[in-house]
Ligand binder design. Structure first.
Ligand code: DGT
Ligand code: CA
Ligand code: CA
Ligand code: ZN
Length: 584
């Protein structure tokens, strides 16, 4: 059985979490090593399962211990240590560890003293005020935990998986099923295809005339923990990461109808079916067909079905019945931004930053390789402990970039920085030093708990600074991990418009910041300009641009509102200051 990189990553992640719990410490002995190995596998660009022990160890970031665990998993399908830890601890304890402010020690305490094994157990214990009685706890910490569960939507009636976890899993299953004989098409549908930021369950649609073979292979995947339903047309399983996955197999002639139906949203489907009825037709997961006689009108592609209903193909991120069908009928559907529109990336790190993982030269080469017209190297500024660059380092980096400009005449390389917005809105370095950069992104990396008016004031102050071209990941949220800072968004966007500061749409799957909901709420404000950035820390992350684009699509944002769709000259002429690079 083939072990994909993603399966190996899932196993190492679970192992890391369980070891934290076992040692009662977030800094457990091996955890850093597992984290580094996971980053290394993500960016290795090869099938890790095919490497022997020495080849594994030769990858930077994978040590001897982790390499052995990986080999054990590839050869046996198990990791002994992982199996033992799974026996020892109830699985719900790992959910508890996801609550901000609740570490392994607290989880063990809750479990031993109160028998808390799940988020629901914990919510009950909080309601009964049993948590505040524990050592090191208080009424205040109890309330903080309750609020964190609420804000992150962790309670299980509506247990949803962050898209950053769901998407690699789905891509992995799609790849495995796509290799099977007789499979013509396979895609993920459901909320993931619509690019919601959290996912209930995965829905995968396969076109094949050998459904039994597909389902056999599916239930045999190593990431499958339990099989709920095993049939020829529908099979449902639960993964080792406790996500439900529904696979449906249809004939190629029904693929479009099935994909459309299971992509949803439900509200979008219901509206489409109403439209079908107006034509004397019916629409279901098999076809668009005539009510009397049942002759098929369209079924094999989504495009055909939309066209029969008098609609252009509506992209999945727009399918929420928020006016897209009316607009489609009226011919006023916005031309949302696409990956092909993007010609620059304005937030890119290199290993000059402590957390960057690719060399500057490699980052620039990869940007050129992608055919970008311009790229801004924006390593962290000095106030970010450990990761930031001193003035001296910045100047040396600038000299390196000057050399690279000669090597890449077709790529405009901006020398920038990602500045840190202090508690009071102050920035790094000094005025003169800041104005010498070609491009500055300013971001919040600290003090996430300030009250709303203070958070708003610090962002506004940064936007009013002449050196700041864009605000990076505006709210600082990490989906499912950390709520965003509280902001008066109306005021932020007013000042963005007034000062000509771009608002970033960050492409990291755990950020997607600003969110699609915020984008949708200001889709008609054409005085605010956006920039879709990768915030890449490794060459492989430049491809993440597609996620930022999908997030923008979900917010109905057209290319005309996105700065880095502008050609080089138009881009360089935009903004609040003349850029030094422009004069060269
Ligand atoms: P999720 O899984 O909660 O993140 O959200 P979805 O949208 O993936 O929902 P799910 O998995 O329950 O169903 C997948 C799609 O199937 C859904 O988006 C639309 C379609 N669907 C499910 N139930 C119904 C229904 O009762 N009527 C119609 N018209 N469509 C449905
Ligand atoms: Ca679903
Ligand atoms: Ca489903
Ligand atoms: Zn960054």
């Amino acid at each position: 059985m083939r072990r994909s990189n993603e399966e190996i990553i899932q196993a190492l992640r679970e192992l890391a979490e369980l070891e934290k719990l076992d040692e009662g410490s977030a800094q457990a002995f091996r955890v850093r090593a597992y984290d580094k190995a996971i980053d290394a596998i993500r960016t290795a660009g090869v099938d890790v399962a095919e490497l022997d022990l020495d080849e594994l160890k030769a990858i930077e970031g994978i040590g001897d211990h982790t390499a052995r665990r990986i080999r054990e998993f590839v050869e046996t399908g198990h990791i002994g240590k992982l199996d033992r830890l799974r026996e020892k601890y109830p699985p719900g304890l790992l959910d508890l560890m996801k609550i901000p402010g609740v570490g392994p020690k607290t989880v063990l305490l809750l479990w031993h003293r109160l028998g808390v094994e799940t988020i629901e157990d914990l919510q009950r214990a909080i309601e009964e005020h049993r948590v505040q009685e524990l050592p090191r706890m208080s009424a205040k910490t109890e309330q903080k935990i309750a609020k964190a569960i609420e804000r992150l939507g962790l309670h299980a009636e509506e247990h949803r998986t962050p898209i950053a976890d769901a998407l690699p899993l789905a891509e992995d299953i799609v790849a495995a099923l796509g290799e099977l004989p007789g499979v013509e098409r396979v895609e993920y549908a459901g909320s993931l295809r619509r690019f919601r930021e959290t996912i209930g369950d995965l829905d995968i649609i396969v076109a094949s005339d050998a459904p039994a073979t597909v389902m056999e292979a599916f239930v045999a995947l190593p990431l499958v923990a339990d099989v709920i339903v095993h049939g020829d047309t529908k099979t449902s399983v639960v993964t080792t990461t406790r996500m439900q996955v529904d696979v449906r197999v249809v004939g190629a002639d029904q693929y479009g109808a099935a994909l459309l139906y299971f992509t949803g949203s439900k509200a979008h489907n219901i509206h489409l079916r109403q439209l079908a009825l107006d034509h004397g037709w019916t629409l279901n997961e098999y076809a668009l067909s005539e009510l009397d006689g049942g002759a098929v009108v369209a079924s094999s592609t989504e495009e055909d079905i939309y066209a029969a209903l008098g609609l252009p193909l509506i992209l999945p991120p727009l399918r929420e019945d928020r006016g897209e069908i009316e607009a489609g009928l009226a011919g006023t559907l916005p031309e949302v931004v696409t990956v092909d529109d993007i010609v620059g990336d304005l937030h890119v790190h290199s290993s000059w930053s402590g957390d960057g993982r690719s060399a500057l030269e490699d980052m620039v080469a990869a940007a050129a390789e992608r055919g970008l017209e311009y790229v801004a190297i924006t390593d962290h500024a000095e106030n970010l402990t450990i990761n930031g660059l001193s003035r001296d380092e910045m100047l040396r980096q600038r000299a390196r970039i000057e050399e690279l400009r000669e090597r890449y005449p077709d790529l405009t390389i901006l020398h920038g920085s990602e500045l840190n917005i202090g508690k009071d809105g102050s920035l790094d370095y000094d005025e003169e030093f800041l104005m010498a950069f070609d491009w500055c992104v300013a971001s919040v990396h600290s003090s996430f708990d300030l009250p709303r008016d203070q958070q708003t004031a610090r962002i506004v102050a940064a936007m009013r600074h002449g050196a700041v071209d864009a605000i990076g990941h505006l709210t600082g949220r990490r989906i499912g991990i950390r709520p965003g800072i509280e902001l008066d968004l109306d005021e932020v966007f007013d000042v963005a418009a007034e000062t000509g500061t771009a608002i970033e749409i960050n492409s990291h799957l755990d950020r997607l910041d600003v969110s699609a909901d915020v984008l949708f709420s200001i889709r008609d404000r054409d005085d605010v300009v956006f920039v879709i950035d990768t915030d890449a820390h490794h060459v492989s992350e430049l491809a993440n641009i597609r996620w930022g684009v999908r997030n923008a699509q979900r917010g109905w944002i057209p290319a005309s509102r996105v700065l880095n769709t502008f050609g080089r000259d138009r881009f360089l002429a935009w903004g609040k200051r003349a850029r030094p690079v422009n004069k060269a």
